[in-house]
Write a protein that binds this ligand. Structure first.
Ligand code: GLU
Length: 543
């Protein structure tokens, strides 16, 4: 009876009882195949690729099973929270085209019947459950000053309460009604702690969709359910929200496995059905010593989702890359179905990787090159411009003023049966095609080559006019080359290289260098056609 009285003393005027709350969250009317899952970011002003990876797994499981996907903002840690951080989350997700069935709009309107979808607006709900647990003797108020962290417990342990290594019983668990009354009348703030039913000797088993059966030491710690500001830490909010909101699979990173025994005890204490967990491996990188390490915000710029916007990766390539590491079957599917949208790709929980994927920017680049190679020149133009408008104003103005020319540049070796796969992000376009947008800076050649180079260009540029066809153009180069002592028959050249200044390839290299400053470039004749006679002549004159 005291327990109930304590509960009433602690929470005298709550809006609802748990029965009333549960009546507002009816069971979802879905089949057992339809997955209900969520993305539950904490608004820290930053989105980690590992977090996005978990989100994307969740999203796909719900998409493929025609289930429900909702966004829950976990803003209970005000210390970590940053201004506008929720907006950042929405912006990133919407740029990636990730849609939720249920969420709260930035104006605070809940879309869906299981809201509010922002945890700070659910405090009355958490309190109702905390009160219920206190009334049942499964939780108790804790008046210790520092209710978070271990230090207080450790100190108090030494002082009066014996807490052995196996269990971490909190000193306040045995307060009587009179104690509680006295402390409350002093106006002391209180936290609520779970009264663990375990003593450190029990074990718990649970099934994880990725890891299989896991056995671990059961929780034996009186951990915090509500902090003394009435806000729950992760565990309590997770148990209450995922149950009320009807989550069927909790998709989260494997760093949560170690705390799962405490979540399990909490679900039991609350009288909730067990929930299914899908703990996924964390994305890794190969460290300097060839070791596997977790991808890190500090060491790896690609850990921050903003990186992909800044570099200008087509967002579809990031999603396809992630699908590729979620399920290695994606690559085969993609090569069999080169034109289908990735949304057609289906996989189940059993197909999700069980080993920690290694994040590989080269692979992402290859996927991206492939995707960009299928775009038309005008799609490339639109994308590069959109990127430049955000990150490179000068280039954006140039592109706007020279739309036709730029589109032609982007069409080099494109819109052919075997388009060139060279560009992987929009940021690289400016330097990749720098010679098209301005004269190349000087090229590095040996002294001997420089002489030959200048001699060749001088001769070749005399009365220069670009021929109508590639064949004629090539023939002209050969004429000049032969005149200056280059071999136009490669067999002859190979047999006696000393007898010549070089071969036709060398001659072409000189022309390429004069026009692009590079030894390699896309099709030279095409480049020359786009540059036009005036620009070509100008560049030749600068050699
Ligand atoms: N807010 C938690 C996080 O951002 C959510 C974890 C979960 O998905 O349950 O890590």
């Amino acid at each position: 009876m005291d327990k109930k009285k304590i509960a009433d003393l602690l929470f005298p005027n709550l809006k609802w009882t748990t029965e009333e709350i549960e009546a507002k969250y009816p069971k979802r009317n879905l089949t057992s195949e339809q997955v209900v899952s969520r993305y539950a970011p904490s608004p820290t002003g930053y989105m980690h690729v590992g977090n996005f990876f978990q989100m994307f797994i969740s999203y796909n499981l719900t998409r493929i099973t025609d289930g429900r996907f909702f966004l829950r903002i976990e803003d209970t840690d005000s210390k970590r929270e940053k201004k506008d951080a929720t907006k950042v989350i929405y912006e990133i997700l919407s740029k990636f085209g990730i849609k939720f069935n249920e969420y709260q709009t930035l104006d605070g309107e809940d879309i869906g019947d299981y809201g509010p979808y922002v945890q700070s607006q659910r405090v009355d709900i958490y309190k109702a459950y905390a009160k219920k647990l206190v009334a049942e003797g499964k939780a108790f108020p804790c008046f210790c000053k520092k209710t978070e962290g271990k230090e207080d417990i450790l100190k108090l342990r030494e002082q009066k309460f014996s807490v052995d290594d196996e269990k971490e019983y909190d000193p306040c668990r045995d307060l009587t009604l009179a104690d509680v009354e006295a402390k409350l009348s002093e106006g002391l703030p209180f936290a609520i702690r779970l009264r663990t039913k375990n003593d450190g000797t029990q074990r718990v088993k649970f099934y994880d969709l990725i890891k299989g059966e896991i056995e671990a030491k059961a929780n034996s710690k009186d951990f915090i359910l509500l902090k003394n500001d009435g806000i729950p830490p992760y565990a309590f909010a997770h148990a209450v929200d995922d149950t009320l909101m009807g989550t069927t699979i909790v998709v989260r990173g494997e760093e949560y496995i170690s705390s799962t025994p405490s979540h399990i005890e909490l679900f039991e204490a609350l009288g909730f059905d067990k929930i299914t967990y899908c703990h996924n491996p964390l994305i890794c990188k190969i460290g300097d010593q060839g070791n596997r390490r977790k991808i890190s915000k500090r060491l790896d710029p690609e850990a921050d989702m903003r990186y992909y916007f800044e570099e200008g990766y087509p967002l579809e390539s990031v999603l396809e890359y992630l699908l590729n590491i979620i399920n290695s079957g994606f690559e085969g599917w993609r090569s069999k179905n080169p034109t289908l949208p990735w949304q057609e790709f289906k996989f189940g929980v059993n197909d999700i990787t069980t080993v920690a994927p290694i994040f590989d920017l080269v692979k992402l680049g290859d996927i991206s090159k492939n995707i960009i190679s299928k775009m038309t020149a005008s799609q490339v133009y639109d994308n590069v411009l959109a990127w430049a408008e955000e990150y490179d104003n000068e280039f954006a103005s140039y592109l706007k003023e020279n739309k036709e020319f730029a589109t032609k540049v982007f069409n080099i070796d494109r819109e052919t049966p075997k388009p060139r796969k060279d560009i992987y992000c929009w940021k690289m376009v400016k330097s990749y095609f720098d010679y098209m947008f301005s004269s190349p800076s000087s090229s590095e050649l040996s002294e001997e080559d420089t002489e030959k180079y200048q001699e060749f260009i001088k001769e070749y540029s005399k009365d220069f006019s670009l021929p109508e066809t590639k064949e004629e153009w090539f023939a002209n180069i050969k004429v000049v080359a032969e005149k200056l002592g280059y071999a136009v028959d490669n067999k002859l050249y190979k047999a006696n290289p000393e007898a010549y200044k070089g071969n036709t390839a060398k001659a072409c290299e000189f022309v390429r260098l004069a026009l692009t400053g590079r030894k390699n470039s896309p099709d030279l004749y095409e480049i020359m056609s786009i540059l036009g006679n005036d620009e070509i002549t100008k560049r030749f004159s600068q050699v």
